[in-house]
Design a protein. Sequence first.
Lengths: 721, 721
Amino acid sequence: MKNLKHIFEPQSVAIIGATSKEETVGKAILSNLLQSNFNGAVYPVNPKYKSINSLKSYAYINDIVDEIDLAIICIPTLAVKLVIEQCAMKKVKGIILITAGFKEIGDQGKKLEDEIIEIAKKNKIDLIGPNCLGVVNTSNEIKLNANFSFRMPRSGNIALVSQSGAVGVVAIDYAQQQGIGISKFASIGNKAIIDECDVLDYLIDDDETKIITMYIEDISNPKRFFEIANKAALNKKPIIAIKTGVSERGATAAHSHTGALTSSDTAYDALFKQCGVIRVTTLEELFECAKGFTCMVEIKGNKVAILTNGGGMGIIATDALEKYHLKISTFDKNSLKEFKKVLPSTASFTNPVDIIGDADVERFSDALEIIVKDKNVDAIIVSVTPTIKTDMNAIATILCKYAKENSKIPFLANLLSFEAEPTFIKILEKENIPNFDFPEINVRVLAVMVNYYNWKKLPQLKTPIFKVDKDLVETIFTKLKKEKRDYLTEPESYAVVKAYGMKSLEYSIAKTVEQALVSAKKIGYPIVLKIVSPDIMHKIDVVGVKIDLNNDDELKKAFAEITDSIKSKRPKADVHGILVQKMFMQKGIEIIVGIKFIKGFGHLIMFGLGGTFVELFKDVSFRLAPLSKQDAMDMITETKGYKILNGFRGQGPYDIEAITDCLLRVSQLVIDFPMIKEMDMNPIKVLEVGKGALVMDAKLVWEEQATEKTKIKTETMVSAH
Amino acid sequence: MKNLKHIFEPQSVAIIGATSKEETVGKAILSNLLQSNFNGAVYPVNPKYKSINSLKSYAYINDIVDEIDLAIICIPTLAVKLVIEQCAMKKVKGIILITAGFKEIGDQGKKLEDEIIEIAKKNKIDLIGPNCLGVVNTSNEIKLNANFSFRMPRSGNIALVSQSGAVGVVAIDYAQQQGIGISKFASIGNKAIIDECDVLDYLIDDDETKIITMYIEDISNPKRFFEIANKAALNKKPIIAIKTGVSERGATAAHSHTGALTSSDTAYDALFKQCGVIRVTTLEELFECAKGFTCMVEIKGNKVAILTNGGGMGIIATDALEKYHLKISTFDKNSLKEFKKVLPSTASFTNPVDIIGDADVERFSDALEIIVKDKNVDAIIVSVTPTIKTDMNAIATILCKYAKENSKIPFLANLLSFEAEPTFIKILEKENIPNFDFPEINVRVLAVMVNYYNWKKLPQLKTPIFKVDKDLVETIFTKLKKEKRDYLTEPESYAVVKAYGMKSLEYSIAKTVEQALVSAKKIGYPIVLKIVSPDIMHKIDVVGVKIDLNNDDELKKAFAEITDSIKSKRPKADVHGILVQKMFMQKGIEIIVGIKFIKGFGHLIMFGLGGTFVELFKDVSFRLAPLSKQDAMDMITETKGYKILNGFRGQGPYDIEAITDCLLRVSQLVIDFPMIKEMDMNPIKVLEVGKGALVMDAKLVWEEQATEKTKIKTETMVSAH
């Protein structure tokens, strides 16, 4: 268990590489630390100096008599290993390794980094970096600014963890400009020892942090991240994250449809959804959302009241409500009556409430008095354009009064000022009223809050455990292993599907055309023929499939065509026979359910409606196994195709229960058999409500080595729901 | 012809209602005007004063001996009419009417406003307002700040026209904060005389304005707007607009599918697309885009090079390129060779070029020297995170040097600073290099620029004139008028379709079952029967349609069912007979083409693929008639369904030429017959390439009064293409 207190809350700090030379990291770190009035002792370490900035300088860390909690290292790369050994001797507890030139530069650097990791681990030193910017703790009791780029940020309750130093600098600067306060900052660099999960874990228990923001390029351990993020949700700390690398999609070739539609970014997306992490795409959104959550009110619905003195601003807000799927409150009749009593006749009473350009603070107060009492109001946005009549400080004070008296309704302000640092911001902050530059930002932030609190309120639906024939599947995979095959034949796939309680069409395997004729007679025309061979994955490419055969003659002709084609195109294929199946004509809709194993994440499960929905609109959803029932339901409802499943223009409704069931069974299958690498059940025919679903075709690719990696998952991954 | 010179460039200004009383509009206007050092004479008019702010005050405007170009009126509503009469006597040329309380408050105010309009028109006074904030001209020769809310904005080449005073205030404030310079500002209020088109017309010829931004709630005269916007495109002045009221969709009941999918907002969207106006949804985007265009470089492609000293910023920019459909330049081999020579080995040479944290100005210069020479680079984004090594002024200077030497490549900067007003901004401005806060903004602005310049480069495809049978359609409408019907029967609709050169299925009308049997024999089974009655629009609702009839018996039964049903459900309907039509089985894809008349705009034409594409995904496109060939092509290609038309997974390709032809013919039809109110051709079956398209069903609703309103359109609406 790592202890990040040594990093964030040290009593004593040694700066190895401190200097007074201009334009150096050593000088920047020292002066930032001193300027922040750090509440502990600072020890510069540099053999070239006797003293730096009036502080005694030590040649080596061992020369310091007192205990050292934290060593900050900013010396040339090649000297780092020796210095860390010295830190170990000194029994330093934590290290911030600023120096770059390790893993990020290639094999040479990787080797050096591995050596350092070994020393740190052996000596139980908690190390952050290398190749990082440093850390910050704005707490009044600590005041630690141990970074080399920016001055101490203003204190507040938002923490930032950044994998990129540059982004950290930009983000902190932006927060500063926007008047957003920071509790802790950590630049985690190469993540040699301490990674994002360790910092998250620390922040969850940190009283000064209420909201956690992250810049992520990759997560070292997605499964641990899932656990910790769930813990954050229970501790009521929203996590808002940017995860970059979206453009790295589809780099690897895939065997299946599902494979082609998934990427590591899809896996991140599913991970975030399943543990309630709010994913944003820009730094602006990151801090906007964080600022919104500082109001600390669990919004109870999506009905928004807008109060403004500028008609145009009200219209902009209303358009934004539509765009972000929030509702504009319809006021109670009584409210409208009350408005008439106190507002001028030229005001607009229906939401947005426009109390027009000559509104003064009393009029704002009168209107708010009525709005807060209306039961159809879940949140209030107040947009004030400066006029000759607007005393912004007085308006801010009134907002605070109403926010305090109505602590279950979030108040979001959009007070505009011509000054760079208006005083009303400070007034609003006292009651945690976030203020934004434009009404559309208020709305988009509210939308994020509504979604987050809705997610938190979802019932804790457990993952059901189905009774299945695990042994049968075990047997199939053992056979596969023996035969050194990596994918299942169609009958084997059907067997797996069936063993896990999903229905598929009946079939038989014919070795000869005579057997096929007998089967067809039993099944009844029309029928379908398909080649069965462990060597042929893509049957259609080799004329291995014939459909809509209506009589014996057509069957005979098709049988011959398939066998001839295979003989010429795949003469060496091990042919098990030809599958004879009923041509399914029952009314239904085609869906696709697929699986793809993603290194580090386990199995990603995909759902979508078949045909153009998947292929053209990419209307598919993803979650990681194991699925909770809620996950399975979310996967279905979040696709656009859901409308059709649920009954649309004379089609359906279809058996959505059967789809949920199917998703959960597939989830159980991959948890039981983590060696499954890819799987497509495409199409699955979903029948009308109550009539179930039938797997019409299934492809399954297997890889022995996947096993170890996912085993952990089944033990640790417990959904918040 | 209005002359806005009197408003924007007056030599002498009278302020009627000027005062020294605090918190009044009269005082605010006067002090703003004086503080801006207006280059003309200011005459306060107020009988209560002898002098105000050391200026002689006049009791009445007529007391002023000199000529008055512009009168600014800020007095109580009820006194306005009299004062405008006095202005007319004084032969004032222009008026800014600040006072509110007119049309916006209801009928009483509307009456007053109409009276004022009459006086102004009679006396040829160009009047802006009422209910407005005023106007601004930052030109060094004028320096007119005639508004009551904000100080003189910094001068620049972006003009802003705002229909909302409040939004004007917010926008100007935001521009000021962002360091964006304004050329002209106009708050147009109720648009009694001068509307957005008049201001646009003036701004197009204004040398100091290079880019026009607008906040629009409604456009008074869409057809004139189209003309003027085209003129702006020819003058190379991009227009960027926010149009609010998106949430007012679908307010009216519609007869047709097309009707249900259109709204006035759809019409605005089409209008903007057809005249190249860049539509944005937020004030941030408005000014971001405007700032981007200040670089005044016609970007020639979509390949972008990114240069940065912070890896994370490069990744954010790359993700944004994917999101906004731009390409990351693939560098020439030679460039890579050159990079190796000058950059450290730890730098990343492939785009984004990451010259790492210790990069100084020389390294930026070395990298740029190579990038600008690479032929695969259409635009350059330079993202610089401040470090100990970054001398931002020096880097800005280097950027300017390269931008100047490479005037055909837009340079967009993302230089970050911890200061509120960094000096490098001024350096960048000299070479028109826009600087943004985050790299993702640089990218989204570039995307807008690429789209705009691509639009400008489109060939000028003329609207073809087809040879059609106009007389036949004339006859049908005359009949309709006589019979006081407002929609056509199906045979009449087919006749119109045919008269305008589109193909539909052959049919015949049977009065008796015997006639139907004869027809069926001639046509050949399977056939379709449909009731024909001017009183029945929705045939299916009354069992008026029977499909897939395969023999005489089925036909007889179906015929009886239809006639029985009509007798019981619509006993009073005037039945013309039953339509006998071939059941069409040929391979093809269904599309929908529709028309909806929108007041003020003329006819909106809709295109989309049939079925779920239209109904679920709302995958439709709109343009206003008359369509140019380019418009028709754009309508098809901008839908997602285009991929299917063009050949997708074994389907198609379909006859896209036939769709273009159909759209153009429909366009000609509504131009010839503006009384068409709504029309659905749904479905049209599009066959494979070269085989044409067949109208399978058509509904047409007609309204006599539509005529006058669209006539103007046909005369004036000439597309830029």
